[in-house]
Write a protein that binds this ligand. Structure first.
Ligand SMILES: *[C@@H]1O[C@H](CO)[C@@H](O)[C@H](O)[C@H]1NC(C)=O
Ligand SMILES: *[C@@H]1O[C@H](CO)[C@@H](O)[C@H](O)[C@H]1NC(C)=O
Length: 355
């Protein structure tokens, strides 16, 4: 962090030491296999201001972490969930043999009861979580918490892929890794890597989305309408952008505010605006402007994309979902219903992980 004076720096160091103490129990110890539920935040609950203060301590410390050389760069998989990680067995097969090049983190809504015990890659990987809800900024806060935890946990984490419990892999891990780090030189220069985040403007719903944020009255001067962007919340951020996000406070203050109540029903999705707007302002040349995660909006209902069910899973579907008009094929897809696990596992080795 570019501290402007020794005073600021010492305050930050003080904050980071406090955060160190607060953070110590955050990556919880391995859970017994019978563990039903992710642990809640230590001293969880608390008001919004307390939550904000906790997060701030965490983010300040994360922002001071620098990336370290030595060892291969890693991909951090950040799972944001409010229900069981049904596809854990599929992810286990995706991770298997690649453990030295990846890390897993889970933010599970403490109010949700997870019935399935976490499988080995997920056990003990739960970060301190707070409740998440649709149509408010809690999903942004949760994503920032995951980024901060992963930044702090391992300086080798070079990419941060946000996923949900409904996401599945479409390729093998080595194929994903080769896309993110195409050459040894690219791996060495991971600090200059670009982020895979969708950044769109001029979409038909933009005007109502901006109005839901309070329009100019709510968003100026930080976010004039021309700078307002939209994109899927499921991104893969390069490390320097993850740091940028956890350091950022100006736009967060704006996007944290509740939506205009009359518009909250249909137009309140701050998590689809905060990240693309911020990154397009801060580093427009450093983002690919597309996401590696495929989603199917055809026939969407109430803001939910098409959810694939077991009978739809086939080699043909995997091929269709991989197809992309961009440099890289899609690496992940959503949303899949829990009953897809069996059919997906059945074609995992012959189709999904065969590149
Ligand atoms: C997208 O979803 C629609 C149903 O809403 C389905 O008919 C279509 O085949 C899906 N597209 C792909 C590529 O799976
Ligand atoms: C690629 O672009 C073409 C032409 O715009 C479009 O019809 C097609 O749906 C796109 N494919 C994907 C996978 O987005």
């Amino acid at each position: 962090m570019a501290a402007s004076s020794p005073m600021v720096l010492s305050l930050l160091l003080l904050a980071s030491l406090t955060a160190l103490l607060v953070l110590a129990p955050r990556l919880s110890p391995p859970q017994p296999p019978t563990g039903e539920q992710a642990p809640a935040a230590p001293g969880g609950g608390g008001g919004e201001e307390e939550e904000e203060a906790d997060d701030l301590r965490l983010f300040r410390r994360a922002a001071l972490e620098s990336s370290a050389a030595g060892g291969p760069p890693k991909v951090a998989f950040l799972f944001l969930t409010n229900s069981d990680l049904t596809f854990a067995p599929l992810w286990e097969r995706f991770f298997a043999g690649n453990e030295a090049r990846l890390r897993v983190y889970v933010h599970a809504d403490p109010a949700a009861r997870l019935r399935l015990p976490p499988t080995p890659s997920f056990r003990g990987r739960f970060v301190a979580a707070r409740p998440t809800r649709r149509a408010d900024a809690s999903l942004i806060a949760a994503a920032r918490r995951l980024l901060a935890a992963a930044l702090l946990d391992d300086p080798a984490n070079a990419y941060f892929a946000l996923l949900s419990q409904h996401c599945v892999p479409l390729h093998s891990f080595p194929r994903l890794y080769a896309a993110l780090f195409p050459t040894p030189a690219a791996a060495a220069a991971a600090t200059r890597a670009r982020s895979y985040i969708e950044v769109l403007k001029g979409e038909p719903q933009m005007a109502s989305r901006y109005a839901a944020r309070g329009g100019e009255e709510g968003m100026l001067p930080e976010v004039p309408y021309e700078r307002f962007r939209i994109g899927s919340q499921f991104f893969a951020l390069a490390r320097r952008h993850a740091v940028l996000v956890v350091r950022e406070r100006r736009l967060w203050r704006k996007f944290r505010a509740p939506c205009v109540p009359e518009m909250a029903q249909d137009s309140c999705y701050p998590e689809e605006h905060y990240f693309p707007t911020l990154l397009d302002m801060a580093d427009p040349g450093g983002v690919a402007r597309y996401t590696l995660t495929r989603v199917n909006w055809t026939g969407s209902v109430a803001g939910h994309p098409h959810t694939y069910a077991a009978p739809e899973v086939s080699p043909r579907l995997i091929a269709d979902l991989r197809a992309s008009n961009h440099t890289h094929p899609h690496m992940f897809a959503r949303k899949f219903a829990p009953d897809c696990l069996g059919p997906l596992l059945a074609i995992a080795d012959t189709v999904i992980f065969k590149d």
